[in-house]
Write a protein that binds this ligand. Sequence first.
Ligand SMILES: Cc1cc2nc3c(=O)[nH]c(=O)nc-3n(C[C@H](O)[C@H](O)[C@H](O)COP(=O)(O)OP(=O)(O)OC[C@H]3O[C@@H](n4cnc5c(N)ncnc54)[C@H](O)[C@@H]3O)c2cc1C
Length: 390
Amino acid sequence: MAVTSSMNHFNFPLAPSTEAENSLRAEVREFLQDEIKTGGFTPGADCWMSESCPEFSAKLGARGWLGMVWPKKYGGHERSPLERLVVTEELLAAGAPVAAHWIADRQTGTQILRFGSEQQRQSILPRMAAGTCFAAIGMSEPQAGSDLAAVQTKADKIPTGWRLSGRKIWSTGAHRSDYMIVLARTSPADGRNRQVGLSQFLVPLQAQGVEISGIKDIAGNVHFNETLFDGVELEADALLGLEGNGWAQCMGELVLERSGPERFLSNFVLLDRALISLRGQLDKHGAAILGELITTLNALRLMSRSIARQLENGLSPDTEAALVKLIGNSFEQDVVTRVRQLLSTIPRDQWPDELAPMLDQSIFRLPPGTLRGGTSEILRGMIARQLGMR
Ligand SMILES: Cc1cc2nc3c(=O)[nH]c(=O)nc-3n(C[C@H](O)[C@H](O)[C@H](O)COP(=O)(O)OP(=O)(O)OC[C@H]3O[C@@H](n4cnc5c(N)ncnc54)[C@H](O)[C@@H]3O)c2cc1C
């Protein structure tokens, strides 16, 4: 599937599923059903951000379902990105408590693999793959969200390594994490080119001078934080990759962050549970709404699979990832508003017990979807550039 325009095109080559993937899917599904039956977890919406359970992460690690694509010598399993996609799809569809390890498994581990020292790879990756070592993302700052190149956190060279000073905001899961990859300025911008002079650092969050304060979301829960670095002294190898290459490294990381199924499956568990109540209750109009949701979901799955295949082939499909996130976020909003609309014909006291809290949770968690990982306006700008419109 290739979407073309007069100026440029998006690449979404098809990636058909294999027998090995299908049997892996069945295995993961069976494990998750057993976990639910035996009280291992209660399914929740937006589970990759909000539902954290280190014990559950360790169970996935023991099964070989974390660090799946990393080399065996670093605790990984050398499976394909498409096999990893199968596992993440099933975890999200089940509403499993995956928030603790999500960022480490999705992007931080891969950044360490790409840019970390040998010592960091050997000491950190096996623990991440075991589901016992977690990570957070340190990009945004109070004055640098969409305009990421405006970061003011700085790292100065000192005889023993680096001294880090600054403040990161909205750091998801930092309060339960061991490491954060921090984007910091290591030298002044080159005139108007502010992307020059930025570097990434792998910061142990237990280091002296790191202060993490929770920020409550609209529902009163703490999932993200403000993280202060008050002259934190780091060893020389805390510099991840090359000095001054932080912008390019960050962009590569954002492809991993934007392209996955969590950008359209966060509310799948709600849709799934609502379907049980709606069976036999829908008129033609309701059935058409449901049909539209399901076809959009299938298209998004194909696109996400295609990106996983491209990553496997060493490509960096950043605009395609932006497209998946943009359409995915809008789909997630549709799921909640449409399900709410369809369920309105059934009195609330006739809904199964778990459905009402799930819908309430999903409504509260809708607004962040179009912000986290890059706002819809910024993604539209990237897509317009690819189409040659700006
Ligand atoms: C739930 C959640 C979790 C998050 N987790 C993390 C995390 O773990 N780590 C991390 O580093 N960050 C995280 N973020 C931060 C997120 O990446 C930023 O919120 C996002 O990049 C937007 O930045 P901002 O909030 O500063 O908004 P701003 O950049 O101030 O934008 C405000 C509004 O202006 C619009 N806008 C800005 N610039 C332009 C432009 N050039 N053209 C058109 N419109 C524009 C935006 O689209 C937005 O609607 C998280 C955010 C949320 C909501």
